[in-house]
Design a protein around this ligand. Sequence first.
Ligand code: ZN
Length: 186
Amino acid sequence: MQCREIDALVMKYLDGNISEIEMELIKKHNENCASCAEEFAVLSDAIYTLEELPDIEVPEGFTARVMSSIKEQKRFALTPQIVLLWIIGLAGLAVFMINVVMFAVIPAIKSSGILIAAYNIMVYSGTIISNAIKDFFVFGSLALSKLLIFRTILLSEYLVFVVASIGVFIAANMLIVRTLKLQQKL
Ligand SMILES: [Zn+2]
């Protein structure tokens, strides 16, 4: 038999898928072929070593730690809840902007006389406030989410922060609208 054919049989042997006859063919060949015999000895030895390796003891709590660190990372993925909160936040921002336009910008354009100065101030401050809020929401929470990942603060704390921010935002919005309505009545 050719060395090449023996190689194929050795592959079968390594797969644990060899017949007794084929095994005999390898042995017979190896008696007369030093290089195949040596190769077979090395491979058999390697297989034996692999099979004899003890099952590695996993330290206590290892699996739990791995799973929780995976969950920790998943926590900061974009969940439907976070998306919803962002939509609510952005809707609040849109409402705020519409209010600024309806109660400050349009009246400022339409009205004349003594109120125009007050409206101009309102428009000006409204723009500054809305820009500040927008920056806070966009850049602030981007920076915050990075910080949260590093400090592994719980998602619940992050959600509380987002909800609280939206609450403060809506309250400020209502206060501004109320102030602007009072201004109109003057
Ligand atoms: Zn050979």
